[in-house]
Design a protein around this ligand. Structure first.
Ligand code: NAD
Length: 353
């Protein structure tokens, strides 16, 4: 992850100030579990917590994304966020899309790595999907002509947007010792938009001769990922393709319950799991909090709290080595809170070691 604008380290006992958005659905459950694990690292953190966001904020404050939430994230430069429900086909614009656009969090970073002990279809997957987060079909430019009954959506890409996401991906590859970047597009059909993304991507790639570069058409990429995912390393793509590919990649390594994510801009980073608010299991204490715990691990690395992040990574590995600690999505019957207790106990051991 780019370290260009890392918030100041907690020094002399001063805590990191971090905005906390528990979200809704399973959000508060996985956030509580994650807080227990982060607390066990001993890293001093002062959380600025906002419980109302989305539907609850709309009811309480007349807006789904209150200004004070944005101001807090801008002030702190960093946030940890649970999922937020978006009404389907009607209602307010997605909070996630709004946050990404308002804070210019242009890079969505979603590593999909096989974790020992987590049941999955593939071994040795270690790839990261880097998705452009603010443009493309998610630009929010949709119109409906009632008379003609025609719906349109504009997939706007800008030169700046394309160049900075591809450059971010190459820098990420270098910083994290990956040797290959694959650009994913649909330039055979979308010759202007996807064509521009490919052309600009190829030009940026020539600045990084130390990293192999190739490209794939999105449909072929899907087939490749479900057959030979171990061949891929860093994948960079536009917003919609990246949204779909990152859920697909999650499925390769154990599902949505275990895959972390970060939304990163030049001044701000918001860490959140790939999964949504999972209304089908909300409030039942069965959600797997691993995805958000791993997002918090990414957040601690971003804050240069390497020892704490390593302690969480090792604690998760140890916990997954114990079959009775698997949550329901992974075929076990361990509850959210019991899983969190097991990880937190191991974090304390590693942090003290
Ligand atoms: P989802 O990710 O919420 O759920 C998909 C499936 O995965 C469900 O069966 C769910 O039970 C399961 N699942 C998800 N997370 C899990 C976990 N941690 N442990 C165990 N099982 C888990 O996707 P959806 O149902 O398509 O979306 C529900 C809502 O979430 C929608 O309103 C959507 O807009 C929103 N959403 C929010 C975000 C976000 O806030 N970043 C991301 C995606 C979707």
């Amino acid at each position: 992850m780019s370290k260009a604008n890392v918030p100041a380290r907690a020094e002399g006992g001063r805590p990191h100030r971090i905005t906390l958005l528990p979200g809704d659905g399973i959000g508060p459950e996985v956030v509580d579990a994650t807080l227990r694990v982060v607390e066990a690292t001993g890293v001093p953190i002062a959380w600025e917590r906002f419980d109302e966001i989305g539907e609850s904020a709309l009811r309480a404050h007349g807006t789904p994304l209150p200004g004070e939430v944005i101001e807090s994230i801008q002030r702190n430069g960093i946030a940890l966020k649970g999922p937020v429900t978006t009404p389907v086909g009607k209602g307010f614009k997605s909070i996630n899309v709004q946050l990404r656009q308002k804070l210019d969090l242009y890079a969505n970073v979603r590593p999909a790595r096989t974790l020992a002990g987590v049941p999955s279809r593939f071994r040795d997957v270690d790839l990261v999907v880097i998705r452009e987060n603010t443009e493309g079909l998610y630009s929010g430019m949709e119109t409906y002509d009632e008379r003609l009954e025609i719906a349109d959506a504009t997939a706007r890409l800008t030169r700046e947007g394309c160049e900075r996401i591809v450059r971010y991906c190459f820098e990420y590859a270098r910083a994290n010792a990956y040797g290959r970047v694959t650009l994913v597009h649909k330039a055979n059909i979308l010759k202007v938009t996807s064509g521009m993304f490919l052309r600009l991507g190829e030009a940026i790639a020539s600045e990084y001769p130390d990293i192999k570069f190739d490209d794939r058409i999105i449909d072929n990429m899907c087939m490749q990922l479900v057959t030979v995912p171990e061949r891929y390393e860093c994948i960079v793509t536009t917003n919609l393709f990246g949204d779909i590919l990152s859920d697909l990649a999650a499925g390769l390594v154990g599902g949505l319950g275990v895959v972390a994510g970060a939304n990163v801009g030049d001044h701000t980073a918001v860490f959140e799991a790939v999964h949504g608010s999972a209304p089908d299991i909300a409030g039942t204490n069965v959600a797997n909090p691993t995805a958000l715990i791993r997002s918090a691990e990414m957040m601690l690395r971003h804050l240069d709290e390497k020892a704490a992040a390593d302690a969480i990574a090792r604690a998760l590995e140890d916990t997954f080595a114990t079959p009775e600690c698997l949550t329901k999505d992974l075929g076990g019957n361990c509850s959210t809170s019991r899983f969190a207790d097991a990880v937190a106990a191991r974090v304390s051991e590693h942090a003290l070691a």
